[in-house]
Write a protein that binds this ligand. Structure first.
Ligand code: NAP
Length: 257
């Protein structure tokens, strides 16, 4: 690809590769967006409610490197938009190299209170959308030997109290990662990253719960979103012989849970 565009501010250099990050406007998604952009990727920031944050992030990145960040929007509870989102992402720069399935709804569903709405809401963003986005993206990813990263959770393998639906969805996403690696190889690599305690949820979490989680984390401290972003960058850029794997970035939570 010709990167000699005179209008290109080019604070960073572009690889010409593109990445779609779902839920990429805030928190871990935003740090991942920033990190991949710094590494030369053009970024497509998907958001649902956080349009303002997504536009602000895209403007910041476009100041660093012209025409390097775009925003697309859509609710992953709406299954009719999955194909459209991928088409929109592809048409930003007429290629798609990486899909990061990061968007996720997360809240407790104690047994006895679970509704079908909870089931659909938690399964849609955490399992259904990753599958159908991957399916729609696969032909484009195959053209460029691309990558899919699914954001799972240490609790995909060991249940979190009062979160059976979320945990089941993430467990499904671990299997989907392995299945898609098999189905889409050899052209496309598919891996997952499983965070432990990185950022506390936006909704109120009691201090004693946070202390208990950190006590059960081998490194006795929370991680940082950059730990996740760097792992994603490693997987998509450097890990040419890794596919179908889940990397836990959890300070040793899974050996101590
Ligand atoms: N935070 C942690 O410590 C931790 C621990 C374990 C696993 N993880 C996983 O790591 C990933 C990032 O974590 P996070 O805490 O940064 O995530 P988050 O803030 O809880 O959610 C990320 C984004 O998901 C989007 N989203 C949720 N439901 C959606 C829907 N129906 N349609 C479209 N977008 C939707 C939201 O976008 P809008 O704001 O635009 O609506 C939200 O900003 C997630 O997959 C999470 O499960 C995180």
């Amino acid at each position: 690809m010709d990167n000699s565009n005179a209008n290109n501010i080019n604070k960073g250099t572009t690889s010409g590769k593109t990445v779609l990050i779902t839920g990429g406007a805030k928190r871990i998604g935003a740090v991942t967006t920033h990190t991949l952009h710094q590494a030369g990727y053009n970024v497509i920031i998907h958001c649902r409610l956080s349009r303002e944050a997504a536009d602000t992030l895209a403007a910041e990145l476009n100041r660093e490197r012209a025409d390097s960040a775009k925003v697309i929007q859509g609710d992953l509870n709406n299954e009719t938009i999955y194909n459209h989102l991928i088409e929109e992402a592809y048409q930003c720069w007429n290629r798609l190299d990486v899909l990061v399935n990061n968007a996720s709804s997360f809240y407790p569903t104690p047994v006895g209170s679970i509704t079908l709405d909870d089931w659909h809401n938690l399964l849609n963003s955490n399992l259904k959308a990753p599958l159908f986005l991957a399916q729609a993206a696969a032909p484009y990813l195959k053209q460029v030997e691309g990558n899919i990263i699914n954001m799972t959770d240490v609790h995909a393998q060991r249940p979190m109290k009062d979160h059976p639906v979320y945990c089941a969805a993430k467990a499904g996403l671990v299997m989907l990662t392995m299945s898609l690696a098999k189905e889409l190889g050899p052209e496309v690599r598919v891996n997952s990253v499983a965070p432990g305690a990185i950022l506390w949820p936006d909704n109120e979490m009691p201090e004693h719960t946070k202390s208990m989680i950190l006590e059960r984390t081998t490194l006795k401290k929370p991680g940082d979103p950059i730990d996740i972003a760097k792992t994603i960058l490693f997987l998509v850029r450097d890990a040419h012989y890794i596919t179908g794997q889940m990397i836990a970035v959890d300070g040793g939570r899974n050996v101590n849970i």
